[in-house]
Structure formats: C-alpha cells, structure tokens
Design a protein around this ligand. Structure first.
Ligand code: NAP
Length: 194
C-alpha cells in the first residue's frame, strides 16, 4: 500500500523539515487510551487514525509511516488495536522511531460502547487542540469466521458488527474532527463479502 496521497500535494506549502517541539502534553487517562508519545511537530499536517494496527497490513502501514520522515514527523498517529497490552507487531513497528508522535487505543469494533469511548476521547483531544484534525481515517481492521457464527452482546452478527457497523459508527462520530479540506476516509475491504 502506498501512502503518497498523504504527502503534501504540489498546491501545499512545502515547509522545511519541521522542528520538533519537545512538548509533552499530559493527556487524560481513559480506559481506552493506553499510552501517548506526543512529540508534536510545530506545523503538523494532521492526524492519521488506523484500525487493526497490530495486524499484517496494519503493521505494514505503520512501518511505512514511521520510516518516511515526511509522514512520521508531520503527522500524529492514532493506532487502534483490540488490546494495547498485547500488540507486539505494532510495538515493534514503533519502537525504533521514538520521534513519531502517536497514541495507542484499545478498540473493540464489535462493541459499540468501545467505539463511542474511543471517538469521544479523540474528538475531545482535537477540540482541545492537543492533536491536529484528522487527515486520514484508515479503516483496516477485519474479522472473518468461516466455521462458526458468533454474535455480539447487542445481537449483531460478529463479522457484520466488527467490519461494518463499528467502522461506520466510528466514521460518523469522528466527522466533526476531520480536516474539512483534506480529510479522507479509507476503507479496506475484501472479496469475501461476495
Ligand atoms: N491480507 C490480504 O490479502 C487482504 C486481502 C483483501 C482484503 N484485506 C483486508 O485488509 C484488512 C487487513 O487485513 P490483514 O491481512 O492485515 O488482516 P489481519 O492480519 O487479520 O489483521 C486484522 C486486524 O483486525 C483486528 N480486528 C479484528 N476484529 C476486531 C475487532 N472486533 N475490533 C478491533 N479490531 C479487530 C485484528 O485484531 P487482533 O490482532 O486483536 O485480532 C487484526 O489486528 C482487512 O480488512 C482485510 O479484510 C486483506
């Protein structure tokens, strides 16, 4: 996956590599947010939110961001995993890039209360100016089951809830924090729906 569309377009002002302000914001501690490394660039382009950040493609996306100075130094990353206490692949992708400003959230897309908690926290941080507006919301998490048929506590089919309902609710709730000119929602899907 190429993330070139996140780079400044020819119409954007191309600034010299942003100086890193060593501002450490103290964020409110919530049950959803595990850790925050905020080393915010002085002129951040925006925030990138990624679901399924501990999975195969998710980790690959994080690696592309962290190994590209024009992305890692210009964007705040919000990486959502099912359990921030167990996300070894994401941690590996982040470990060697301590200058990348980011937060990790525990998010269960099959639990609409969890989606609401995460969205509320992110909206609060954008409204307070702690993090920049959302430039990209990358809906990458995916769940499938072939031999079983489980349901959520709300009674929805688990795959429908995790892949569609949770992501749909998250998108609707985060619209207020999107960058109104450049904000994008990227939804990864699969032929499995056929
Ligand atoms: N890989 C391919 O060839 C391919 C092809 C077509 C489409 N895709 C799509 O690309 C996306 C990523 O695929 P992938 O291969 O990277 O899959 P993956 O390695 O299985 O990663 C999927 C991620 O989604 C997370 N997830 C599952 N259920 C969740 C839930 N209820 N709440 C929050 N997170 C949840 C998983 O978290 P846990 O780690 O906690 O389980 C996992 O990290 C998927 O949407 C998939 O449909 C992939």
């Amino acid at each position: 996956m190429h993330l070139r569309w996140l780079l400044p377009s020819s119409h954007d002002v191309v600034r010299p590599p942003p100086a890193i302000g060593k501002k450490r914001h103290s964020c409110s501690s919530t049950t959803t947010q595990a850790s925050t490394t905020l080393t915010m660039p002085t002129n951040p382009h925006g925030t990138i939110i990624l679901t399924g950040a501990n999975g195969g493609l998710g980790t690959s996306i994080v690696s592309q961001i962290t190994t590209s100075p024009s992305l890692s130094l210009s964007y705040h990353g919000i990486y959502c995993v099912r359990n921030t206490n167990s996300c070894p692949s994401l941690n590996t992708a982040l470990t060697s890039h301590s200058t990348h400003s980011h937060s990790k959230y525990s998010l269960d897309l099959s639990d609409l209360a969890s989606v609401r908690d995460v969205a509320r926290d992110i909206n609060g941080q954008v409204a307070a100016g702690v993090i920049p507006r959302i430039h990209a919301l990358v809906l990458n998490a995916g769940f499938e089951e072939f031999t079983s048929d489980t349901h959520t506590a709300d009674g929805f089919d688990m795959a429908f809830a995790a892949n569609y309902l949770g992501h749909w609710l998250m998108t609707v709730l985060l619209l207020e924090s999107m960058d109104r000119e450049r904000g994008r929602v990227v939804w990864l899907s699969s032929w499995v729906h056929k």
